[in-house]
Design a protein around this ligand. Structure first.
Ligand code: ZN
Length: 259
């Protein structure tokens, strides 16, 4: 394990103190928490499978409707990585904080289900997930387990077993509305929250990126763990730029073990 400097250790102590005092701590996670699990951040320049513009073009609702085969071709390596990925120490640390009653809710922008795989219970998925697929014609929803293996391994494009139309993964594509239910839940939690931990999100995607601002305006505390600077770094109580997979286990340990 990478050794953390004494300066970082001091910051961790302070962050742990904020966690212990918080009544409703909440985590907001983005692609950066899953990169140590081998899942590329397709929205970030240079780190994704494709350049950002290409991803936005292919992974949009418009192009899915126009050319679903092209979408599925682009999606296949990403789906393969997601299906085979395991939670990393950062996901596990958040699950432990939840277990220890030091984290109420996780709002995630990820579709990879790794928080749930790590054991987190209260997860709000803002961009949907790969767990289900829906028919583009009859709207029948299917569990994705039946379809993912043949798709990932042989490139078989999922079709509805009722009407034969193409299925769309229940992930939110560019140009698509956020799932209303998830968004209402996220807003409700954010209103109660008095400590927000941002992990691996550059806070670029609205409206989710606006949630911490509202909390700060009510006097809540903000901790950011992200390698790239965000628009709220100036207002955060603490900012960490270390790898979340190294930092969060150290933080969880400090929160959970009083000394
Ligand atoms: Zn159908």
């Amino acid at each position: 394990m990478t050794k953390l400097s004494s300066q970082v250790s001091e910051k961790i102590k302070f962050a742990a103190e904020l966690f212990r005092q918080a009544k409703y701590p909440l985590a907001l996670t983005g692609a950066g928490i899953s990169t140590p699990s081998g899942i590329p951040d397709f929205r970030s320049e240079g780190t994704g499978l494709w350049a950002k513009e290409e991803a936005m073009e292919v992974a949009s609702l418009f192009s899915f409707r126009y050319n679903p085969t092209q979408f599925y071709e682009w999606f296949r390596p990403l789906a393969n990585q997601i299906v085979n990925a395991s939670p990393n120490p950062a996901h596990i640390a958040l699950a432990q904080l939840g277990e220890g009653k030091h984290l109420n809710t996780i709002i995630t922008q990820n579709i990879d289900v790794l928080h749930q795989k790590a054991g987190s219970k209260n997860v709000i998925e803002m961009h949907g997930s790969l767990r289900t697929l829906s028919c583009t014609q009859c709207f029948h929803q299917f569990d994705s387990t039946l379809f993912l293996k043949p798709f990932v391994e042989e490139g078989v494009i999922p079709h509805c077993t009722d009407c034969g139309a193409i299925l769309k993964p229940d992930v939110i594509l560019f140009g698509e509305q956020l799932p209303q239910k998830a968004w209402l839940k996220a807003q409700k939690s954010a209103r109660k929250c008095d400590l927000m931990l941002i992990v691996g999100s550059s806070l670029e995607v609205l409206p989710v990126a606006g949630l911490p601002m509202q909390m700060l305006d009510r006097g809540g505390h903000l901790i950011i763990v992200n390698q790239i600077s965000t628009y709220l770094n100036v207002r955060a109580d603490i900012v960490f730029t270390q790898d979340a997979a190294v930092l969060l286990p150290a933080l969880a340990e400090k929160v959970l073990n009083y000394d």
